[in-house]
Design a protein. Structure first.
Length: 375
């Protein structure tokens, strides 16, 4: 590193699921002003056409054929990627090699499990090793694909996941409990926007519609029929055109109790205003909810890693899985019963857990690696 310049940190991610990209953005935000940062989706840049096809196939599989995804996940959990690398992605490794040679980062942060093996391969082949940090975006259920690299450090979400990874053979001195690197803004929500609720006031639910229009319609109607105090903000995201025509009439039926939004940058603001979050157990969503100390009801989870995210919610006493619309409505009624005793207990559990600051801790680790490399 040249004297007088900021350290260079390369963050490599992949758009297969929002958790990897969300983690990359969180670390980038925490490094602002402290390092020169470059975030790159290596798969999207090196193989754009193949990336679009495989990403579409991934999204279709997880939404339409979860049993097939479970089988694929179990197969990958038996594979040592250090011994059997992923085939057909040589352009990705070549792009990574070019970035290391031309941009010359002082440290690399990996939020996707394939890249550590490429860094190991490049170090072995060229003799030039760049220190890197592996950010594990899953909790409790840890696929073998995370475990077989020569990573100097792994950043994990919680103490229970660290123990699980130790039991799988990773050395304790290379595991750091950092928390998930969510947007640093979310860390202050619990302090700046304290929540309270009493009977007669609106009980606000933030609902992410991440399945079919049929599921969204059933769950929205079930929630809003369960209690007249319930007010729901429904985030449709990029599914707006597909789902909104099927739920448009619900806005007329429930009036101001139902708000519908498409893609939005205001998720932190909606989180701050909500008492409960309902959505899929993706790594980014669950950890953003934990950082904001909002209880969560999981209405859909993928076999494998998302089962682990749900277990973390349950372990902290801040959420549970609701398999259908009836169970969702029942869970909300229980949370609101007796003046909201159960909801208040869950909220306080998450406040005590303090699942914030992950981005800053990982940024500190990356800067330390860069400094050690320079020295």
């Amino acid at each position: 590193m040249q004297k007088g310049r900021l350290p260079r940190i390369l963050i490599v991610t992949a758009g297969y699921g929002e958790g990897h990209n969300s983690a990359a953005r969180g670390v980038k935000d925490a490094l602002a002003g402290r390092a020169e940062v470059r975030v790159t989706d290596l798969c999207a840049e090196a193989m754009p056409r193949m990336f679009r096809l495989t990403r579409a196939a991934y999204l279709w599989t997880i939404s339409r054929m979860p049993r097939l995804w479970k089988w694929m996940y179990e197969v990958s959990d038996r594979r040592n990627m250090a011994e059997k690398p992923v085939r057909g992605i040589a352009p990705v490794e070549r792009l990574l090699e070019r970035l290391l040679r031309e941009w010359q980062p002082d440290a690399v942060v990996c939020t996707y499990m394939v890249y550590p093996y490429m860094l190991d391969s490049l170090a072995s082949r060229t003799g030039r090793a760049v220190p890197y940090l592996t950010v594990v975006t899953d909790s409790f259920v840890i696929n073998k694909s995370w475990l077989c690299s020569k990573s100097p450090l792994w950043a994990v979400t919680d103490p229970w996941t660290r123990v699980i990874m130790e039991e799988k053979g990773l050395p304790q001195d290379r595991l750091r409990v950092t928390g998930f690197p969510v947007n640093p803004v979310l860390g202050v929500l619990a302090e700046e926007h304290p929540l309270s609720w009493k009977e007669g006031e609106p009980f606000r639910v933030l609902y992410f519609a991440q399945r079919s229009a049929r599921h969204a319609r059933a769950e929205l109607a079930g929630m809003l029929d369960a209690n007249p105090a319930l007010h729901v903000t429904c985030i449709l995201g990029r599914r707006f055109r597909r789902i909104y025509p099927r739920i448009r009439d619900l806005r007329a039926r429930y009036g101001r109790r139902l708000t519908v939004r498409g893609w939005t940058r205001r998720v932190p603001s909606y989180l701050a205003a909500s008492h409960v979050v309902v959505g899929k157990a993706g790594g980014a969503t669950v950890h953003e909810v934990l950082a904001a100390a909002r209880p969560m009801l999981v209405n859909f989870l993928l076999p494998g890693q998302e089962e682990g995210n749900t277990r973390l919610l349950e372990k902290l006493g801040g959420g549970s899985h609701v398999p259908d619309a009836r169970a969702l409505a029942s869970a909300l009624q229980e949370m609101m019963a007796d003046g909201g005793v159960q909801w208040r207990r869950m909220h306080e559990n998450l406040l005590r857990a303090g699942m914030t600051g992950g981005s800053g801790r990982i940024a500190d680790l990356a800067l330390k690696l860069a400094e050690e490399h320079t020295n």
